[in-house]
Design a protein around this ligand. Sequence first.
Ligand SMILES: [Zn+2]
Length: 193
Amino acid sequence: MSTTLKSEHVTDNKQNDAKTLPESIVLDKWADNGFDWAGVVTPNIFERLAALLTLEHEQPAIQLQANLYRESNVLHLGFTLEGIVWLTCQRCLQPVAVDISDEYNIALLDDDSQTRLLDEEQDYLLLDEVVIQQASERLLPFKSLIEDEILLKVPMSPKHEDCEMAVEQVGEIEEEEAENPFAALAALKGKLS
Ligand SMILES: [Zn+2]
């Protein structure tokens, strides 16, 4: 039953391809029933992410498992990503792989008062701020919410961990090595005190 129903809501329904990540889902239909999507996506389908991707390296497919569900009366969008994206190293301008594998979870709140139902570390958004009203339907921008989280996950200025360019910039390395142990110690002390 669920397979047939789900494929109806794939907006890009060329040949009714249930594996296409839906742009959006009808909130009022799925908020209570729950909605699952699992499949493989290529990073290029996310337009804002695509702008950051290097053209110098093939982008491998990413595994995505997403689940819209209610817990303690609060709607959640949880998803797991497994894969890497290739960006441009800001030091040497060569492709650098960034792992975006992680478990993501956003609570989607009806209003602010629901924040008291959440753990302190839970990310949340107000539904009113993300829902798109289309005719009489409220659409949850499924794909764009996932893309937002990926964009938060990738570094603003990606660099190779041991970038070849850094070897030539000896001054910069010494400065970093001199500062980092101290910063790490300071952070540790902050936690212990
Ligand atoms: Zn580099």
